[in-house]
Design a protein around this ligand. Structure first.
Ligand SMILES: [Zn+2]
Length: 329
C-alpha cells in the first residue's frame, strides 16, 4: 500500500515491508480486530524456483484427491511481485502474457503459477490478553495492515452477508496453528468493543488514539474547554442551517480543528421524525441522488466523525460545502 513518508531518519532504507502488519507470531496467538474499510485488491504472482542439490532439481511425490500419485519439483519461495497484466484480461482469462513477463512464463509451462488475487486493508487491532481475544485494560488499539487471500476474503463476504456492516462486529482471530502460513480460525463477534466506550471516555488517550487510527491524523489534541462544543439541544421543529465550522480555535490561534465528533443522545429516535445530520458536498447539489447516498449516516452510527482539512475553510464558506471530506484510510 502506498503511503506518505516523512523526511526522517527512521524512514531511511525503510520499505513497504516495514508497515505494521497484522501477524500472529506463534502457535496459540489470538487477535481481535475491527475492519474499517473495503480492501485493496491486486493480482500477485507467487514466484518459486526449483530446489537444486548437486546440480539436480529435487522432486517429491504428491498425491491427488483420487489417490493416484504424481512427481513434482520441490520449489522454494522467491517473492510475490505484482502481476503487470491488465485487470480486465486477468479477470477474463487468468493470464495476460502480453503485458506481464511472469504471466508469459506461466503460459509456457508450470514453473510459474498464474497470478492470484491478494487483498490488503487497514484494520484496528485491539490489545488483548495473551492467547485470548479478550480486551486487555487499559483499552488500546493500533492500526495495522492485514493482507490476505481469496479464502479470507470469501469468509468476510459471508460474514457481511449474515451480520451486515462489519464495523459493528469485531473479528476474532486464532488461535494460530501455523505462524509461517498465518493459519488461524476467523470468527465474528456479536459486537464491536470500541462501541462500548462510555461517553466520559471520549477524551481519554485511548479514544483519542482510536480517532487517530480512524482518521490517519497523528498527535490529536483534545480541546478540553469544549469551545463551540458541548451539549446542544434542539427543540421540536428546530434546526441548524447549513454552515461551515471554524477551523482556527478562537482563543488558541495555533490550534486547527481537524475532527468533529457528533454524538447523538436521543434514544429510540425514529427515522420518520426527520432531524437527521446532513453532510453536504455542495448545497446546490443537495438533491442529487449520488450525494444523498454518499452523505447518509447509518442509524447505528450515532457518532459521526467529520474531517476538516486546513485551507478548506474559505472554500467551504464560499461554496457552502460541508466540513466532510472523503478519504481512504
Ligand atoms: Zn502476470
Amino acid at each position: 500500500m502506498a503511503g506518505r513518508v516523512t523526511f526522517t531518519e527512521d524512514n531511511v532504507k525503510s520499505t513497504q515491508a516495514d508497515f505494521p502488519k497484522l501477524k500472529l507470531q506463534k502457535n496459540g496467538d489470538c487477535a481481535r480486530i475491527l475492519v474499517l474499510e473495503d480492501p485493496l485488491a491486486a493480482y500477485i504472482h507467487d514466484l518459486k524456483r526449483p530446489r537444486i542439490v548437486n546440480g539436480q532439481p529435487q522432486t517429491k511425490v504428491e498425491e491427488r484427491k483420487d489417490g493416484t500419485t504424481y512427481t513434482d519439483y520441490v520449489k522454494d519461495f522467491i517473492s510475490r511481485p505484482l502481476c503487470l497484466g491488465d485487470e480486465g484480461i486477468l479477470a477474463d482469462r487468468g493470464l495476460d502474457p502480453n503485458h506481464c513477463p511472469a504471466c508469459k512464463l506461466a503460459s509456457q509451462g508450470d514453473m510459474v503459477d498464474p497470478p492470484k488475487r491478494r487483498f490488503a486493508m487497514n484494520v484496528l487491532q485491539y490489545v488483548t490478553r495473551p492467547g485470548s481475544t479478550d480486551i486487555a485494560l487499559p483499552f488500546q488499539v493500533s492500526c495495522v495492515v492485514w493482507a490476505f487471500t481469496d479464502t479470507v476474503f470469501n469468509k468476510l463476504v459471508a460474514f457481511k452477508k449474515e451480520h451486515g456492516d462489519l464495523r459493528v462486529h469485531d473479528l476474532l482471530l486464532g488461535p494460530c496453528t501455523n505462524p509461517a502460513f498465518q493459519k488461524f480460525d476467523i470468527n465474528i463477534s456479536t459486537k464491536a468493543e470500541w462501541l462500548a466506550l462510555e461517553p466520559d471516555e471520549l477524551q481519554s488517550p485511548q479514544f483519542v488514539r482510536y480517532l487517530e487510527c480512524l482518521s490517519g491524523i497523528d498527535n490529536l489534541v483534545v480541546d478540553t474547554t469544549l469551545e463551540g462544543a458541548g451539549l446542544h439541544q434542539t427543540r421540536r421543529g428546530g434546526y441548524l442551517n447549513v454552515h461551515a465550522d471554524f477551523t482556527v480555535h478562537p482563543k488558541r490561534r495555533t490550534w486547527r480543528r481537524r475532527l468533529n465528533l457528533l454524538l447523538f443522545l436521543n434514544e429510540d429516535w425514529q427515522d420518520e421524525w426527520g432531524g437527521a445530520l446532513e453532510l453536504w458536498n455542495r448545497w446546490r447539489a443537495r438533491e442529487a441522488p449520488q450525494y444523498r447516498e454518499y452523505y447518509s449516516i447509518p442509524g447505528w452510527q450515532r457518532a459521526a466523525v467529520a474531517v476538516v482539512y486546513l485551507g478548506l475553510a474559505a472554500a467551504l464558506t464560499v461554496a457552502m460545502s460541508a466540513s466532510y471530506v472523503e478519504r481512504n484510510l
